[in-house]
Design a protein around this ligand. Structure first.
Ligand code: FA5
Length: 330
């Protein structure tokens, strides 16, 4: 039958069609005003009622089928064509904006890794601290002139420590965690204490009101100054691979004896990064240890200072600007 023949030929042509023009040719050939199928429908009026019914419905059915098929194929083809035009494999890729890890978080992770590799544990302590742990237990009684070393934010609160009400402050260093930890642990042990610290002082390129320290404490039998030197040297060499100039300089902190400070040379100038020393016997006694039986060392360094050296950050105040142009660089 003619309609069956048209259908076979049309389907075969659609199958073989490759371009937009091919689809258009097929449409014109079968469905156009003078198309094969249209001509059949036109001549229906000359046919008998019976023929009209059969041929008419078949031809209309086929017209609908071909129209759907052609428009489906054409839109799939257009989609494909659009993509082919859009993808230019020779073009450089587009950089997708991503969040960045803050340099302080980054250096903290790296520092922790180094100390963990030396068998240190990581512990934490409170930011709002009692006067007792921040000062008294560290061999700095109320009238001690060394309290002036740490300009302090005092809080209008009291904290009960060992049955006594003591004043509360924002900790000026991470050293109070030394005593807190010793009160509840039996040596030998070695810990680091990363945390936020606060000082009521004027800011400049290397001083902030709010900064971060990492405290270190190692207590055991026969721990000596040589152990302290080894740990600090190993740490600095791993954090700053390659050539790094640093020095140990005698210094004073009430909670160590002897005490030192560590400086790193940066662009010809020494920058102080750390205080350290052998834990003072009064601190061991405050923690209820026997200084004849156990000894140890402690150190505390500023995380911002080390990050400044490692990443070449010229001003400590940049850490807290929340400026994406700063964090984006890390
Ligand atoms: C202390 O805070 C002692 N607790 C360190 C210590 C621990 C000594 C254990 C002995 C044994 P100092 O005030 O020097 O010491 O501060 C230690 C480090 O914190 C400094 O070397 C510096 O790197 C950093 N630091 C101090 N003040 C600021 C500040 N305002 N802004 C940024 N970093 C600071």
């Amino acid at each position: 039958m003619e309609i069956e023949d048209i259908k076979l030929r049309a389907l075969e042509m659609i199958e073989r069609a490759k371009t937009k023009e091919d689809f258009e040719t097929i449409r014109i050939q079968f469905l156009g005003r003078k198309g094969e199928l249209t001509s059949i429908l036109r001549t229906l009026s000359e046919k008998s009622i019976e023929e009209k019914r059969i041929i008419g419905s078949k031809a209309n059915e086929l017209r609908k089928e071909l129209e759907d098929l052609l428009s489906g194929k054409l839109s799939a083809y257009e989609n494909l064509e659009e993509h082919e035009h859009k993808i230019d494999l020779s073009k450089p890729g587009k950089k997708i904006a991503r969040g960045h890890i803050h340099p302080l978080s980054k250096i903290e992770e790296e520092i922790k890794k180094i100390f963990i590799s030396m068998n240190f544990s990581v512990v934490e302590g409170p930011e709002a601290e009692s006067e007792y742990y921040n000062f008294d237990a560290l061999n700095i009684p109320a009238d001690h002139p060394a309290r002036d070393m740490w300009d302090t934010f005092w809080l209008n609160k009291k904290m009960n420590v060992h049955g006594k009400d003591t004043n509360v402050l924002m900790r000026t260093h991470t050293s109070p965690v030394q005593v807190r930890y010793m009160e509840h642990h039996v040596p030998p042990f070695q810990i680091i204490v990363p945390g936020r610290t606060f000082r009521y002082e004027a800011t400049d390129a290397s001083h902030e009101v709010n900064f971060h320290q990492i405290e270190g404490l190692m207590i055991g039998k026969d721990i000596t100054f040589a152990n302290l030197k080894y740990v600090i040297e190993t740490f600095l060499k791993q954090l700053f691979p390659g050539k790094l100039e640093f020095r140990f300089r005698p210094s004073y902190f009430p909670f160590v004896e002897p005490g030192i400070e560590v400086d790193i040379k940066l662009k010809g100038k020494w920058m102080e990064v750390m205080g350290a020393g052998m834990v003072h016997r009064n601190v061991l006694i405050a923690a209820k240890y026997n200084p004849e039986e156990v000894q140890g060392f402690a150190f505390g360094f500023g995380m911002e200072r080390l990050a400044m050296i490692k990443y070449g950050i010229p001003d400590i105040r940049l850490f807290y600007t929340s400026d994406a142009r700063f964090t984006k660089q890390f």
